[in-house]
Design a binder for this molecule. Structure first.
Ligand code: AHM
Ligand code: MG
Length: 332
C-alpha cells in the first residue's frame, strides 16, 4: 500500500477531471468518507455496543430493518445534510426521497442515492457488509427543491459512484468516470490510503457468485450458465469456483479483483430479481464498466435502463468479459 497518497489528496488532485468541477463533488466525496469512517467504527464495535439485531419493523420493500441498517442510514443522512453539496437523498431504508432545502443547500448541484448497509443478513454473523452510493448532477434548476426526476436518471448519467466494504480491512472504492481506485482505511492514523490504483477486472474469470438455493426458480438460460460453469473442461479450467457471501459488495469486490461473475437473476420468488437498480445495480455497473467489465440485466446494459421507480428491482449480471459473454449466449 502506498502510504503517501491519501484519499483526500487523491480527490483534490483529480478534481480537475470532474465535469463542471468547482470543488463541490470533491467536498461530497469527503462527506461520504467521513460518514463511512463513522459507520466503520460502529460496525467494529457492534457486538459490544448492543447495536446488533433487528429493529422490529420493515422498510418499504417489506424487508426487516436491522439496527445497523437504521444507524448507517442516519449517519449518512445527517452527515450529508449538515453540509451543502446535495439537495436531496434517496435511500434503501426510506420510502421516499428526502429534499434538503435549508439555506446552505441553496446552491447544491447534486443528489445522491445510497444503500447505507448492504448485506444486512450478514450483520449479526460477522460477515462483510458494505455501503453503496451513486451521485448525479441534478436536472431541476439549482435553488429549487429536488424532484423525482433528479433521482430517476439512467445510470449512464452518474457523475460518481462507489462503495465502502467493511471487511478484513475497510476499503473505499470509487469512480468519477476516469477509472476505478481503491483506498484502504488505516484505523491507527484515521485516513484512507491509495491501495488499489486503477483497478481492472481480469478479462477471464473463474469464479461465479449466485444464490444457488434459488436454482429451481431460475429461467432455463440461467440454469444452463450454472451447469456450464460446473462442467469439466480442462482447457478452460472448468469446473469454476463458486463463492457467495450474500453481500453484493463483498462478492463484487472479490470478483473485480480476481475475475468472476455475480448474478441475481429473475425467478418466480423474485420476478424481477432482488437487487435495486438505483442504489445497488447502477453504481456497481458504473464501477464495473470503468474497470473494463460488463454489467447487464441479461440483455441490456444496466447503465442504459431508464428507471421508473425509486426502489425498482432488475435482474443483474456483472463481471469479467469472458463469463458475461458466455452467460449472454445462454440467456439469449
Ligand atoms: P440488502 O441491501 O437488504 O442487504 O439486500 C441486498 C443483498 C445483496 O447484498 C446480496 O447480494 C443479496 O441481497 C443476497 O440476497 P439472497 O440472500 O437472496 O441471496
Ligand atoms: Mg443492498
Amino acid at each position: 500500500m502506498n502510504r503517501h497518497i491519501t484519499l483526500g489528496e487523491f480527490i483534490v488532485e483529480n478534481q480537475k477531471d470532474f465535469p463542471y468541477a468547482k470543488g463541490e463533488l470533491s467536498a461530497l466525496l469527503s462527506s461520504i468518507r467521513l460518514a463511512g469512517k463513522m459507520v466503520n467504527q460502529a460496525i467494529n464495535k457492534a457486538g459490544l455496543s448492543e447495536i446488533l439485531g433487528k429493529m422490529g419493523n420493515q422498510n418499504i420493500q417489506g424487508e426487516e430493518q436491522a439496527k445497523l441498517d437504521v444507524m448507517a442510514n442516519d449517519v449518512f443522512i445527517s452527515t450529508l445534510k449538515s453540509r451543502g453539496e446535495i439537495c436531496g437523498i434517496a435511500s434503501e431504508e426510506l420510502d421516499d426521497f428526502l429534499v434538503f432545502d435549508e439555506p446552505k443547500h441553496q446552491n447544491a448541484k447534486y443528489v445522491i442515492l445510497i444503500d447505507p448497509l448492504d448485506g444486512s443478513s450478514n450483520i449479526d454473523v460477522d460477515i462483510t457488509v458494505g455501503t453503496i452510493f451513486s451521485i448525479y448532477r441534478r436536472i431541476s434548476p439549482v435553488g429549487t427543491p429536488a424532484t423525482f426526476e433528479d433521482f430517476l436518471q439512467p445510470g449512464n448519467a452518474q457523475v460518481a459512484a462507489g462503495y465502502l466494504i467493511y471487511g478484513t480491512s475497510t476499503i473505499l472504492v470509487y469512480t468519477s468516470g476516469n477509472g476505478v481506485n481503491g483506498f484502504t482505511f488505516d484505523p491507527g492514523i484515521g485516513s484512507f490510503f491509495l491501495s488499489h490504483p486503477d483497478i481492472k477486472i481480469p478479462k477471464v474469470g473463474k469464479i461465479y457468485s449466485v444464490n444457488e438455493g434459488n436454482y429451481i426458480h431460475f429461467p432455463g438460460g440461467v440454469k444452463k450458465i450454472i451447469r456450464w460453469m460446473q462442467e469439466i473442461d480442462q482447457a478452460e479450467g472448468r469446473p469454476f469456483t463458486s463463492r457467495y457471501t450474500g453481500s453484493l459488495v463483498a462478492d463484487f469486490h472479490r470478483n473485480m479483483l480476481l475475475g468472476g461473475i455475480y448474478f441475481y437473476p429473475e425467478g418466480t420468488t423474485a420476478p424481477k430479481g432482488k437487487l435495486r437498480l438505483l442504489y445497488e445495480c447502477n453504481p456497481i455497473a458504473f464501477i464495473t464498466e470503468q474497470a473494463g467489465g460488463m454489467c447487464t440485466n441479461g440483455t441490456e446494459r444496466i447503465l442504459n435502463l431508464k428507471p421508473t421507480e425509486l426502489h425498482q428491482r432488475v435482474p443483474f449480471y456483472c463481471g469479467s468479459e469472458n463469463l458475461m459473454l458466455q452467460a449472454h449466449s445462454f440467456l439469449n
